[in-house]
Design a protein around this ligand. Structure first.
Ligand code: HEC
Length: 271
């Protein structure tokens, strides 16, 4: 990059390369500054205001063909499969498109959660598909292909019509129709819970142990017995088929977990 350039840009070269040389080197001789193209390859996030979105377009029809070739094996032809992941489509209604809040998220008789039920920003869907899917070959889709499969998924949810073409210029319009676009809240302890009216403090507080501390904390994944059923029986809240199954929390824990659960209930580190 800093080989001798043509004379007419010599001055600019001198300036750029001197500036580069002045960047502090915390570990001299190790590594090098990332090139602009390397940074560009990583810097692919799309924000809710669509900053970072790559121009392009794809139709529902093109998306359907791509879906069958690249997505259906894991997510089902209609995005309904729960064999590999939670269903991508399903559970949303025409009414939700009007209200922007998916009513079934509050319906205990409808325990499953599809992506279209939950997602409240279209940028997240587009960004996730672009960076992470297909699962086995992430980042292999072109921007136009990402628009196309996103259009098909939106069409499965009745959000866009069959003859729709999604492009960077349509993203804001479609965002305004997402079924759960108004479903986010800050009335909880995360990020950092301003909606709770507590001045934005998190709802957990870690106090460093200074005395009689456990030397080797034991990592366990069992629920303490008192918490097992605090959200109702998990087994009854999940589909009885496919990958989503919940533990039967109605009764006491199985003997294999009982010891860990008791330890969790009495351990000072989990209180
Ligand atoms: C080889 C299997 C496989 C293929 C093919 C595949 N996916 Fe996925 N997909 C997954 C798995 C597994 C997850 C869950 C990943 C996780 O939670 O970390 C997932 C998650 C997703 C999600 C997020 C779901 C959510 O609510 O969190 C979307 C959207 C998605 N896939 C879209 C696609 C699209 C579009 C294609 C085709 C271009 C595709 N996937 C192809 C396996 C696959």
């Amino acid at each position: 990059m800093c080989s001798w350039p043509r004379p007419w840009i010599a001055a600019a070269w001198l300036l750029a390369c001197t500036a580069q040389a002045q960047v502090p080197q915390p570990f001299p001789g190790i590594g090098r500054p990332a090139t602009p193209r390397e940074v560009a390859a990583w810097d692919i996030d799309v924000r809710p205001d669509f900053k970072g979105l790559v121009p392009g377009s794809g139709s529902v029809a093109a998306g359907m063909a791509l879906w069958e070739a690249r997505c259906a094996s894991c997510h089902g032809v209609f995005g309904e499969s729960n064999e590999m992941a939670s269903p991508l489509a399903g559970g949303t209604t025409a009414k939700d498109l009007e209200t922007g809040r998916v009513a079934r998220l509050k319906d205990p008789a409808f325990p499953s959660r599809s992506t279209l039920m939950k997602v409240s920003t279209l940028s997240t869907l587009w960004d996730y598909i672009r960076r992470a899917m297909p699962w086995t070959t992430p980042k292999s889709l072109t921007p136009d292909e990402v628009y196309a499969v996103t259009a098909y998924l939106l069409n499965l949810g009745g959000i866009v019509p069959d003859d729709f073409t999604l492009s960077d210029r349509h993203m804001a319009q479609v965002q305004a129709q997402l079924p759960n676009r108004n479903g986010t809240t800050t009335a909880h302890g995360l990020w950092p819970g301003r909606g709770l009216g507590n001045g934005g403090k998190p709802d957990v507080q870690a106090v460093a142990c200074m005395k009689d501390c456990v030397k080797e904390p034991r990592v366990i994944s069992a629920l303490p017995e008192f918490a097992r059923n605090s959200h109702g029986n998990l087994a009854e809240q999940n589909r009885r088929f496919g990958a989503q199954r919940g533990a039967d929390t109605a009764g006491p824990p199985p003997p294999s977990l009982a010891a860990s659960a008791a330890a969790a209930a009495s351990s000072p580190s989990t209180r």
